[in-house]
Ligand binder design. Structure first.
Ligand SMILES: O=C(O)CCC(=O)C(=O)O
Ligand SMILES: [Fe+2]
Length: 243
C-alpha cells in the first residue's frame, strides 16, 4: 500500500471558504484551530513514537529535527501530504498576495519532560518562518499542561534580514526577562492556547512572540511543529553570518 496517499485520505480536505476563515482568525485572534485534524489511529501511532522516544531518553527532554528523524511515526508522512501542504501555500497566498513557493518544512518534534523542563520553557521568540503549525501529540492531563503563550502579530514581515535580526535579538536578549515576569504576573495579557492532542493550531510564527509554559517534570508534553517559508532565505547577510 502507498502510505503517502493512505495518509492523504485521512488528512481532512480544507475548502477555500474554510481556509479563508482560518486566515481571518489568524489575523484577528492571532491563531486558528482545526479540531480533530488527525485521525485517531494516526494520533495513536505518533503517541507510540513519543512514548518509546521518551523511554529511550530515560525520561529527559528529547527533540527530533527533520522528517527522517521521525520516520515511521506518521509525522514524516504528514509532511508529504498534499492536503496538508496546501493549507500552508494557501495561507501564504492569502497573506502575501503572490504565488506560494514550494512547500518545504522545517519540521520538529519536541518531547518535554524531566529535569530539563524549565530550560525548554518560557523561551520567548519569533520564529524564522512565516507560518507555524503546532500539532500537540501528548499533553499532560494532570498539573500544568504547558500551554502556548502568544503575543500575536506584533511585527510585520521585515524587508531585510538585518531588520529581522534586530527584532530577534531584542526579544532574545533585551525583552526576555520582562516577558517572563509578565508571564508570571500578568498571564492573562497573553493569548493562551490550551492544546488538545489531534487538533491542529496555526499562527504567524514569524510575526508573533511566543513560548510554551512548563509542565510538571513527571509528565510528558510532546508537540510536532511544521514551519513554512523563511522570508530571508536568500539574504546574503544571513549566508555570511551562517558561514
Ligand atoms: O512546543 C511548542 O509549543 C512551541 C515550540 C516553538 O515555538 C518552536 O519550536 O518554534
Ligand atoms: Fe516557535
Amino acid at each position: 500500500m502507498d502510505t503517502t496517499s493512505a495518509l492523504d485520505e485521512t488528512t481532512p480536505e480544507i475548502s477555500d471558504a474554510y481556509l479563508q476563515s482560518l486566515f481571518s482568525a489568524m489575523e484577528r485572534d492571532g491563531y486558528c484551530c482545526i479540531p480533530d485534524f488527525l485521525a485517531p489511529s494516526s494520533l495513536m501511532t505518533m503517541q507510540e513514537f513519543v512514548a518509546s522516544s521518551v523511554r529511550d531518553s530515560r525520561n529527559e527532554y528529547v527533540a527530533f529535527k527533520g522528517s527522517e528523524a521521525v520516520k515511521g511515526s506518521g509525522l514524516d508522512q504528514l509532511a508529504k501530504s498534499t492536503r496538508f501542504q496546501s493549507i500552508f501555500s494557501r495561507l501564504y497566498v492569502a497573506s502575501r498576495n503572490k504565488p506560494a513557493p514550494a512547500v518545504e518544512f522545517y519540521q520538529l518534534l519536541r518531547c518535554l519532560t524531566g529535569k530539563g523542563m524549565m530550560q525548554h520553557s518560557l523561551n520567548f521568540h519569533y520564529d524564522s518562518y512565516l507560518v507555524t503549525a503546532l500539532l500537540p501529540i501528548v499533553i499532560p492531563t494532570v498539573g500544568l499542561a504547558g500551554d502556548l503563550l502568544l503575543l500575536p502579530n506584533t511585527r510585520p514581515v521585515r524587508e531585510t534580514y538585518a531588520g529581522n535580526l534586530v527584532d530577534k535579538i531584542m526579544v532574545d536578549k533585551i525583552r526576555q526577562r520582562s516577558l517572563r515576569t509578565r508571564a508570571a504576573k500578568d498571564p492573562s495579557s497573553f493569548t493562551r492556547i490550551k492544546m488538545v492532542p489531534g487538533n491542529l493550531y496555526l499562527f504567524w510564527g514569524y510575526r508573533s512572540i511566543h513560548a510554551n509554559e512548563p509542565c510538571d517534570p513527571g509528565t510528558v508534553r510532546a508537540t510536532a511543529l511544521y514551519h513554512y517559508f523563511d522570508p530571508h532565505a536568500h539574504s546574503r547577510l544571513k549566508a555570511q553570518l551562517r558561514h
